[in-house]
Design a protein around this ligand. Structure first.
Ligand SMILES: Cc1cc2nc3c(=O)[nH]c(=O)nc-3n(C[C@H](O)[C@H](O)[C@H](O)COP(=O)(O)OP(=O)(O)OC[C@H]3O[C@@H](n4cnc5c(N)ncnc54)[C@H](O)[C@@H]3O)c2cc1C
Length: 267
């Protein structure tokens, strides 16, 4: 019997959109900021667990992976508490400073090591890095199809799946063969809250830590050494717009506004 393995890629991110950058190192200042599962990744976890329930095959396995420091173990336990079967932490000093390409290399290495994976589910993008590049890069590295912005998994069996994805002005439906990778948006489901049983399971779960050696990856392919891009500078753009409040009657406001536009050569 073919065992279906679904891998969910999740990332720990600061619980804020107001990221502070260290001007010296150009890396994120993480001190004093609570960490959470990247919100889109909660939908990815939920969808993986729902697919397992839908297939109704007890042999289906959902595995969560994250590349990060040891504290990222917390989000793997959270994933187990809501139905993920097992989790693996990818952690190594050599993974530090990875850009999206090197991140994808590490994740792909882990998925290959897990072996015979039918489906990889990712979030659409992260709160911190925010590039949305890891999913397509990962699929490219693994040589499997990728569908982004998935809002619904319409059908799935051991060989194929049909998904609906959201574009700016329309929905598109794709049929893809498995193995495939998808990234999901928040319309796809409502993540469940952990049960007491789930929390107990998560607390006692053994979570292995895989480093570059276990993954069989060369240190030059991962982390800063495996990154084609490097952050040279990160800064918040200075907003130089001046706001002018226009008072008066409607006619006066219109006349005033017209004058400003004319003086600015906009009419
Ligand atoms: C040019 C550049 C240089 C960078 N340099 C550095 C640096 O020097 N130091 C540094 O700390 N960071 C650096 N980063 C940030 C780092 O590359 C990203 O945190 C990481 O590659 C993930 O990219 P992202 O957050 O944009 O993920 P996205 O592509 O937005 O994430 C999409 C999905 O991929 C999955 N995913 C993403 N990251 C992980 C992960 N780690 N584990 C498991 N799943 C994951 C999740 O499902 C997520 O929802 C750099 C980023 C860029 C663009």
């Amino acid at each position: 019997m073919i065992k279906i393995k679904i891998v969910v890629c999740i990332k720990q991110v600061p619980a804020t959109t107001e990221i502070k950058i260290d001007p010296e190192t150009n890396t994120l200042i993480r001190e004093g900021i609570e960490n959470i599962i990247n919100p889109f990744d909660s939908y990815a976890i939920e969808e993986a667990v729902r697919i397992k329930e839908r297939l109704g095959d007890p042999d289906t396995e959902v595995i969560a992976i994250t590349m990060g420091p040891h504290q990222a173990m917390e989000i793997l336990r959270e994933a187990i508490s809501v139905g993920v079967d097992r989790a693996i932490l990818l952690s190594d000093r050599a993974f530090a400073g990875a850009d999206t390409w090197a991140t994808a290399t590490t994740l792909a290495g882990a998925i290959n090591k897990i072996g015979d994976c039918s489906l990889v589910i990712l979030g659409r993008q992260t709160l911190d890095g925010d590039t949305g590049q890891v999913g397509p890069e990962l699929a490219q590295k693994m040589g499997i199809p990728f569908v982004g912005y998935v809002s619904s998994v319409l059908e799935i069996n051991k060989n194929n799946m049909k998904v609906k994805r959201l574009m700016e002005d329309r929905y598109e439906t794709f049929e893809v063969s498995l193995p495939s990778a998808i990234s999901v948006i928040k319309d796809i489901n409502v993540p469940r809250v952990p049960s007491l049983r789930g929390k107990m399971k998560a607390k006692s779960a053994e979570i292995p830590v895989w480093d570059s050696e276990i993954l069989g990856l060369n240190k030059n392919e991962v982390g800063l050494s495996g990154s084609y891009t490097q952050v040279v500078k990160i800064f918040t753009p200075q907003i130089k717009h001046k706001t002018t409040m226009i008072d008066g009657t409607l006619d006066e406001k219109v006349e005033h506004l017209y004058r400003i536009l004319k003086e600015s050569h906009l009419v």
